[in-house]
Design a protein around this ligand. Structure first.
Ligand code: KG4
Ligand code: ZN
Length: 335
């Protein structure tokens, strides 16, 4: 049986990642994280693209080495075409195009959010179709009805901020470095999730809104610190636990509603925020209560990674879905 060997590149935001996939198995997945954004409270696009240009060649070389494959073994090169930051996407995209052209092999364009969902097909257990996937990242919050590998429908999404943004913006208010999500998660573990309550957004249907929560938290902190300048330092863990709890409640309520409306008991989470320990345990609890089969990717496949790009490319390769070398990058790309 001939092997299908794919190289995949992910560079949509601030992580430079390369992976190799052989016959649908991700055999290497390497990511260079950019520390440069820590002090800015968010990703600085220009700095991100510059870091990608520094990282991309060593990361690809390492991914190939770790997989034990040569460039000449590759059958195709895949890359994240969008959505994401234009300058960041251009670095990975132009690298993938040049590599494919130099090797005279096909190019595969991958949708970043579709890839987050398909991260569930890297390891066991794999969900069966149709399933629902709550995809929560720094830029997106979506409930996706997944009918087949490459057949997905967004049934609910945020009308303003993403869940990851709610974590990151809260962290900024607490003077924590970017990305704040993992730090809030850590601090929340020693805090009381019911110490403070924040008003819940009242959004119809399966859509979300997080901008009101952000304002609510800002006013709450301003009021409290006016009375007690040490409020944040004294109650940091409780604040983190309470904010995290509020975000999780919003997400889980809509996910439960989607499961009821579609009569689906295969329920997954994906994207950077699916690394959150509170969200992971809530999904498990809901699963036990409502008899869902639940799916959570391994940590390395929750946040941005090329492994998920590689597995998506594998399904596209099997269908012969290649793209022309002059395909444009698409910073905004509806799934
Ligand atoms: O999917 P991802 O790596 O990049 C995007 O496509 O946006 O998601 C990044 C987001 C950031 O907002 C980060 O704070 C959040 O995922 N995140 C977390 C955790 N780990 C990453 N949020 C909460 N808890 C975590 N453990
Ligand atoms: Zn992502």
């Amino acid at each position: 049986m001939p092997e299908i060997v794919l190289l995949a590149i992910e560079s949509s935001c601030d992580d430079t990642s390369a992976a190799v996939c052989i016959d649908g198995k991700v055999v290497s997945n390497l990511t260079a994280n950019q520390k440069i954004h820590q002090d800015y409270g968010g990703v600085v696009p220009e700095l991100a693209s510059r870091e990608h240009t520094k990282n991309i060649i060593p990361v690809v070389a390492e991914a190939l080495k770790k997989a034990g494959v040569q460039a000449s073994d590759l059958n195709a090169v895949a890359f994240t075409r969008g959505p994401g930051l234009m300058g960041s996407l251009l670095v990975g995209g132009m690298f993938a195009k040049s590599y494919a052209q130099a090797l005279n092999i096909p190019l595969i364009d991958v949708h970043h959010m579709q890839a987050h969902v398909l991260a569930h097909f890297i390891d066991e257990p794999k969900p069966s179709f149709p399933f629902l996937c709550l995809t929560v990242s720094g830029g997106h919050t979506q409930i996706v009805l997944v009918k087949d590998y490459l057949d997905m429908e967004i049934v609910g999404e945020t009308l303003d901020d993403a869940a990851g943004e709610a974590f990151d913006k809260t962290a900024k208010l607490l003077q924590l470095p970017y990305p704040g999500g993992p730090l809030i998660d850590k601090l929340a573990q020693t805090g009381n999730p019911h110490a403070f309550t924040f008003s819940e957004p009242q959004i119809e249907g399966l859509n979300f809104s997080f901008s009101g929560l952000k304002t609510n938290i800002l006013y709450f902190l301003q009021k409290q610190t006016a009375q007690n300048p040490d409020f944040i330092e004294t109650y940091k863990a409780d604040i983190c636990a309470s904010v995290q709890h509020s975000i999780i409640q919003v997400l889980m309520k809509k996910l439960k509603r989607a499961a009821q409306e579609y009569g689906i008991r295969e329920v997954a989470i994906a994207g950077g925020v699916s690394a959150n320990s509170g969200l992971r345990s809530h999904l498990q609890q809901y699963g036990e209560k409502y008899h869902w089969n639940t799916y959570i990717p391994a940590f390395q496949y929750c946040t941005d990674n090329a492994g998920m790009i590689a597995i998506t490319a594998y399904f596209k390769y099997l269908r012969g879905e290649f793209c022309p070398i002059d395909i444009p990058i698409q910073a905004r790309w509806v799934m």
